[in-house]
Design a protein around this ligand. Structure first.
Ligand SMILES: [Zn+2]
Length: 58
């Protein structure tokens, strides 16, 4: 199988040049909320929110 490029539009208006993950048409960044990258980002956000709540309470 050949790896195609992601090609998703980026904020700069160009196409994403990352290689697509094997079996999908998008790279890890553009696979959506349930890609490894998306989950990691979500977990980070949740952890940040928790920390902020704890800080506010004290
Ligand atoms: Zn991409």
């Amino acid at each position: 199988m050949t790896q195609s490029k992601c090609g998703a539009p980026t904020q700069s208006g160009r196409r994403c040049q990352n290689k697509a993950v094997v079996g999908t048409s998008r790279c890890a960044k553009h696979q959506g909320p349930w890609s490894a990258y998306g989950v990691a980002q979500r977990k980070k956000k949740e952890a940040d929110a928790k920390m902020r709540k704890l800080r506010k309470k004290r």
